[in-house]
Design a protein. Sequence first.
Length: 417
Amino acid sequence: MQSSLQEESTINIKNAIVNIILVVSTLVWYLCIFSFLKGNSGFTGKYLVLLFGINLLAVVFFAVLSTVLIQKIEKRLKFITYWMIAGIFVSSLALLVGGSSFFYVAIISGVVGAYFGFGFPVVLGYYSANIKSVYRARISGLTIFFNGVGFALTGVFISNSTVVYVASALILWKLCGLLVILLLKPSEVLVNKEETVSYKSILKMRSMLFYFLPWLMFSLVNNFAFPVLYSAFPVDLVNNMTTVEAVIAGVSAIFFGFFADRFGRKRLLFFGFVLLGLGYALLGLFPHYDRGLLFYTVADGVAWGIFFTLFLLTLWGDIADKRGSEKFFVIGFLPYLLSNFLQLLFGSYVATSVVELSAVFSFACFFLFIAAVPLYLAPETLSEKELRAIDLQDYLDKATAKAEKEAEKAHLKEKTD
């Protein structure tokens, strides 16, 4: 029994490395090309909004399409390999962005969105199928950490660089994903066609709905309230705060990933919502007070570390269980994608039109507490059986260590006698 428990709770290092690199190379690539298009397309205002509206629609449409197609192909790893190869050519489109007409940049934005949408559900489906639930959160935490590091380093490298360097950096990320498949030769994990579920049936699931609603409300509230900080504090201070937040989020993702695998996901999410609600409450009471901003920065960084780890990479795989999780991840990613677009659409308007800052932060605090309400009804996605197995394994490990210590003492005593 002890050996079976140890086997269940043992992480396959090669498997973890492969999946971390695949997910990081996928997400960092999209974040980098998204930022590049946003800053270097040469368009602002309604044209920029239109560019990323096209991008968002392409992501969603092709993500849905890929979840249908993968059920027929079945072989996730083969699909991902060809998708990584195609990404090398798509990355080269960065060479065409500077100085192009709106029509051509719009096509590039649509192609980028279509490419990302076509592949990311399968990458995350492969990730979920390979990573056992009992250590999924800790691997997700490490993935979020390396994703942040990779995005930051790539951002520094391509900032104020020529399009050749930008395209090279994007190609390099695709090569990382491709090489880890070719060199480490991970095992294939087929899609379970016998347990195919529709999007409609997924949204009717109690666990899916009660986790999706808080995630949706948090994404909308946080991304609408954040631009208001630029009205309350100096721009440089808010920019520095954002950098500190990113560091805190990365570190807390690792720590709380281990916590979620040990004590469950639900209580950790409660902690994140309450902490962030207190951060906004303090900003509402003292909207121009730097110490209030300091507490909010720490709270927001910790909350993002928790939410990215659980809402992006962990929960949907838990809920899917042994079913194909691609459709679950498409739905789970929608709030994040939509909130980024809405911030682009309304962010500047909100930041300039708000007069009563304390009211905005107070409303954000209120809606975050409301968002946490569905969590009371949500079931814990780390099953009781797995939690009991973890507790039993801890007990056995302590008992074994104690027995070994006692045996060592007895042996020393015999030698002395």
